[in-house]
Design a protein around this ligand. Structure first.
Ligand code: ARG
Length: 465
């Protein structure tokens, strides 16, 4: 008897030598792909039912196979299943267990399929399930942002460009900017789902199979929209995973931006917000410290997700058709990016409702830095001055203010009139922060009424999901 029989390999027939111990470990994926056991069993159940429908297996054979698969599912869920590296991957571990439980009938399950279409099916099912969970988490975070935006629609903060004070904005408006980024992420995710939710099952190794299989039937059983249309493409394509990774990379880029702002805002120098203590940690040496670890980590974890996108792209680059073992390397980056995105979205959706705005500090900061200078220019334009001239006049007023250490609103009417005789008493209405914010009263503007309207529209939109 040859050594390969001792190892219980499912493909051992043509081998006369046992697999090298290193190669066995190096080629095995069971340590990470066992995560796919539910999907692997779901796929096998659908395949077995189809084999019965097509008359390839008898009703009795299929019922034994289904019972066997369910008992395996139970044992794995209960952590009573013994995984074997010698059996390489999740597929062969489950298939070998099936045969050892129900006898030779178990060996009939693999009729008309290959691990190549099997693994492609498993990953698509897995990714689809995760997409649905990620979509829910995005919605949860978006709802949290809507809550803050509604509460803080009239809270004034400095708006920045180049991280220099630009114009006053409502904090609610800022939250709605984050909301919009997530809205596009959500759309990208659901768009990706359309291309994920197709069934490769039946593509077999690469060319299809000689049995009278029914791919529409298995696709329906598994909740796929349709079977994929080319067997070669189906066993090799992983661009749906790359799409998910690109979605995830953009989402993480957005979360890293939120993180950066939260980190800045919690610093003593800004002091715009407080994060709840339960989302922060202290320093082992500096007793005064309360560190914004959660946003910092989210910002940091962006790196690994972006890395996984590059891993997956590079993994597929230059691969000839059809399946290649390279593809086994898709799983770890894919799983890690999914876990990371879910954790980060969860953290933010829990943390954001508990953010406390230090309104006075935000207001005071908005008063510095001549945030209403554009309003003064617009005021002059409305009185007939060309905008470029108004820009010049206000620039000189600001220079004067800096010299006097006074904000524009703190200059006297006479002082302001030195720069233009178009300026009258009503100028002070536009120089206030409230006036400045309220005046940007159009779709997408920062006026509190517009922010509240945007919140209402957004709430209605996400309630339809
Ligand atoms: N563990 C493999 C993977 O993840 C399953 C498919 C292997 N197919 C093969 N013919 N070696 O890609």
């Amino acid at each position: 008897m040859s050594k390969n029989k001792d190892q219980n390999k499912l493909w051992g027939g043509r081998f006369t030598e046992a697999t090298d111990a290193f190669v066995q470990r190096f080629t095995a994926s069971v340590d990470f792909d066992r995560r796919l056991f539910q999907q692997d069993i779901d796929g096998s159940v659908a395949h077995a039912k189809m084999l019965a429908k097509a008359g390839i297996l008898t009703a009795d054979e299929v019922s034994q196979i289904l019972d066997g698969l369910e008992s395996i599912r139970q044992d794995i869920s209960d952590e009573k299943f013994e995984w074997s590296v010698a059996l390489e991957d999740v597929h062969m571990n489950i298939e070998a267990a099936l045969t050892s439980r129900i006898g030779d009938v178990g060996k009939k399950l693999h009729t008309g399929r290959s691990r190549n279409d099997q693994v492609a099916t498993d990953i698509r099912l897995y990714v689809r399930g995760e997409i649905d969970q990620i979509a829910e988490l995005i919605t949860k975070l978006q709802s949290a942002l809507l809550g803050v935006a509604e509460k803080e629609a009239s809270t004034i903060m400095p708006g920045f460009t180049h991280l220099q004070t630009a114009q006053p904005v409502s904090f609610g408006h800022h939250m709605m900017a984050w909301f919009e980024m997530l809205n596009r992420d959500y759309d990208r995710l659901l768009d990706c789902r359309k291309r994920v939710n197709l069934s490769p099952l039946g593509s077999a190794a690469l060319a299809g199979t000689t049995y009278p299989i029914d791919r529409v039937f298995t696709a329906e059983l598994l909740g796929f929209d349709a079977p994929t249309r080319n067997s070669l493409d189906s066993v090799s394509d992983r661009d749906f995973a790359i799409e998910l990774a690109s979605f995830a990379s953009i989402l993480m880029m957005h979360l890293s931006r939120f993180s950066e702002e939260l980190v800045l805002w919690t610093s003593a120098q800004f002091n715009f917000i407080d994060l709840p203590d339960r989302f922060c940690t202290g320093s082992s040496i500096m007793p005064q410290k309360k560190n914004p670890d959660v946003p910092e980590l989210v910002r940091g974890k962006t790196g690994r997700v972006h890395g996984h996108l590059v891993s997956l792209l590079t993994l597929m680059k230059s691969q000839p058709l059809a399946y290649n073992k390279d593809n086994q390397e898709d799983k770890e980056p894919l799983f890690d990016l999914i876990d990371t995105v879910k954790d980060c979205l969860f953290a933010y959706s829990e943390m954001m409702p508990a953010v406390n705005c230090n309104k006075d500090e935000m207001y005071a900061a908005a008063k510095q830095g001549y945030a209403t200078a554009t309003d003064l220019a617009d005021y002059l334009v409305k009185k007939g001055m060309p905008f470029r001239d108004a820009h010049e006049v206000v620039g000189r007023s600001v220079a004067f203010g800096i010299e006097q250490k006074k904000d524009l609103a703190e200059l006297t009417l006479t002082e302001l009139q030195n720069f233009s005789d178009l300026i009258a008493e009503d100028v002070f209405e536009v120089l206030t922060l409230e006036g400045s914010v309220a005046a940007r009263d159009h779709i997408g503007g920062t006026a509190p009424t517009q922010v509240l309207a945007a919140v209402a529209t957004a709430k209605a939109d996400i309630s339809k999901r």
